[in-house]
Design a protein around this ligand. Structure first.
Ligand SMILES: N[C@@H](CCC(=O)N[C@@H](CS)C(=O)NCC(=O)O)C(=O)O
Length: 223
């Protein structure tokens, strides 16, 4: 059975930078499910028409088409219940939901202010007018204004990472001794930042760098 993930790509098709797609790549690997990815660009809406969606991730699992990272993770957990759980018990699942909300409402908004000006030059030329227009409308300022303000957001980014760094000093993964979907969610956000920022956000010995490498290594993934 074919399992295909539509995965956001930059101009370089090997550069995959969606935080939500990264969650799902780790989740699929966690469930030990082989998959292929199709690189997808922001303006290739026609390629997703079969799913009725305009955003990725979209997963095609045999005959089943699922979209939205949370729905995909829940689908994988139920459909492949015999494989290692993504969430753990009911209490861990509830805590994972908090991690999702914290990541999307606290971590992502700071990351985007730092990386958005660096994303623009790296995406496909065909995507650039759409990206500029849509993002400038959301943020109410030009990409160049965001670039000028970028460094002022670095202290906030460091403060937000402090609890992650302190947690990883005491335990191997956010979920404890072994990774779970909580790790996948936070990894997705920081991978987006790490891959797209022109700044070195994490040095080699940073607990975050080591944890990200350990996660990729656990699942035999690269990038
Ligand atoms: N809530 C969705 C968010 C998906 C999302 O925002 N995907 C972005 C890539 S990170 C996208 O496809 N954007 C297309 C666009 O902006 O046109 C999820 O969890 O999957």
């Amino acid at each position: 059975m074919k399992r295909i993930l539509y995965d956001l790509a930059a101009a370089d098709p090997a550069l995959r930078f969606s935080p939500y797609c990264w969650r799902i790549k780790l989740a699929l690997a966690h469930k030990n499910l082989p998959f292929e990815t199709i690189p997808w660009r922001f303006t290739e809406k026609d390629k997703l028409a079969f799913s009725g969606q305009t955003k990725v991730p979209v997963l095609v699992d045999g005959e089943t088409i699922i979209h939205d990272s949370q729905a995909i993770a829940e689908y994988l957990e139920i459909t492949y219940a015999n494989q290692t759980s993504l969430f753990g018990d009911a209490a861990s699942r509830a805590l994972t939901y908090f991690i999702k909300q914290w990541t999307e409402l606290t971590l992502h908004p700071v990351i985007v202010k730092i990386v958005l000006p660096d994303i623009y030059p790296q995406i496909d030329q065909n995507d650039q007018p759409y990206f500029r227009q849509s993002r400038e409308a959301v943020f109410g300022k030009t990409i160049e204004m965001m670039a000028a303000e970028r460094d002022s957001h670095l202290p906030a980014f460091d403060s937000i990472l402090a609890p992650i760094r302190r947690t990883l000093a005491a335990q191997s993964f956010i979920a404890g001794n072994a990774p779970s979907y909580a790790d996948h969610i936070v990894f997705g956000a920081l991978q987006w930042a790490r891959l797209m920022s022109r700044l070195t956000l994490f040095d080699d010995q940073d607990a975050i760098t080591l944890w990200m490498a350990a996660l990729l290594n656990t699942y035999g993934l690269s990038q």
